[in-house]
Design a protein around this ligand. Structure first.
Ligand SMILES: C[S@@+](CC[C@H](N)C(=O)[O-])C[C@H]1O[C@@H](n2cnc3c(N)ncnc32)[C@H](O)[C@@H]1O
Length: 291
């Protein structure tokens, strides 16, 4: 039966979100409500389900439904070398700047935030290795890759992908950075030591520190304005004074935040504006505990 009473509908939508948090540890607090509702309703439509409460019963009874819901929301969608031209820019322009600004014996700390199943993290590793050389990469680079989705992190840690997932990688890089094992491709073992994967919630957990390059792409887009601000203030805290922030094609830093300077508007690359103090309003907004 359709939930035509909107307060009942809101209530059962909240119950559905509460269930997803409890059962699947996926907290949608801070997500854009309207697009979340639209996408969940799209999935319900595919199943011929009209109410959130009926969909909740279906989710409880059908083990594989959570994965379907996730892919409908496109929350884990990712692929290697997403927006190829931007990775070229990073390789040719930004990484050499990071290298030039630091003494050669100092580590280069990189945060791949919202890394999903690892395709972006390994792209980043390849680009860093290409820009710095394998020796410098092994000696200096630490990549902290984080996400809130345990299943995605499990796949990322395995670093093993099927052939159809590799199509965007330029062939010479595929040969150089992956080992073919039966029907799968595995990222080079010697470079994997530089990469660690961790579960981390961008709007609730303490941010990483002393980061030179922070890549967070196609993740803030899901957040409402308050959650975006929380994440961006935390990114500001994370970055070294000359550190760079690299967002997705549909994402930007609101100018009024006054925390970052645009380096390249087409590639959505920013640098931190060092601040002695954050405004108390921003500090409280970013670090207040969730209700
Ligand atoms: C669409 S994927 C983007 C993957 C990759 N960055 C890319 O651009 O191809 C968004 C990722 O953000 C993660 N995510 C969503 N909310 C998050 C949060 N609050 N904290 C950390 N990661 C989050 C999701 O689990 C998902 O893996």
């Amino acid at each position: 039966m359709a939930e035509n009473n909107s307060s009942t509908s809101t209530l059962s939508f909240e119950v559905l979100l509460e269930y997803l948090k409890r059962k699947h540890h996926f907290d949608f607090t801070g997500y854009k409500r309207s697009s979340l509702e639209r996408r969940i309703q799209h999935r319900m439509g595919q199943l011929g389900i009209e109410s959130y409460s009926e969909y909740l019963s279906y989710l409880e009874a059908t083990e594989e439904e959570f994965a379907h819901l996730f892919s409908t929301i496109e929350i884990n969608y990712t692929y290697f070398f997403r927006d190829r031209d931007t990775w070229d820019y990073l390789c040719q322009d930004i990484i050499p700047r990071i290298q030039a600004a630091k003494p050669p014996d100092q580590p280069i700390r990189v945060w791949s935030a919202g890394c999903a199943s690892g395709e972006e993290t390994y792209t980043l590793a390849i680009v860093l290795a290409e820009a710095l050389g394998i020796e410098q990469f092994n000696q200096r680079v630490h990549i902290f890759a984080t996400d809130i989705d345990d299943d995605a992190l499990r796949k990322a840690r395995q670093s093993s992908y099927l052939e159809h997932e590799m199509t965007r990688i330029p062939p010479h890089l595929l040969n150089q950075y992956f080992e073919r094992i039966n029907d799968r491709y595995q990222f080079r073992k010697d470079l994997r030591a530089a990469i660690s994967f961790h579960r981390h919630n961008l709007i609730q957990n303490a941010p990483m520190s002393k980061i030179d390059l922070l890549v967070c792409r196609n993740t803030l887009i899901y957040f409402d304005l308050d959650a975006q601000t929380k994440a961006l203030v935390r990114f500001h805290f994370s970055l070294e004074d000359r550190g760079f922030l690299f967002l997705g094609k549909a994402e930007m830093v609101p100018g009024e935040l006054d925390l970052f300077r645009t380096i390249n508007v087409n590639h959505h690359v920013y640098t931190k504006l060092p601040k002695e103090y954050l405004s108390p309003r921003l500090f409280v907004q970013a670090f207040k505990r969730p209700r």
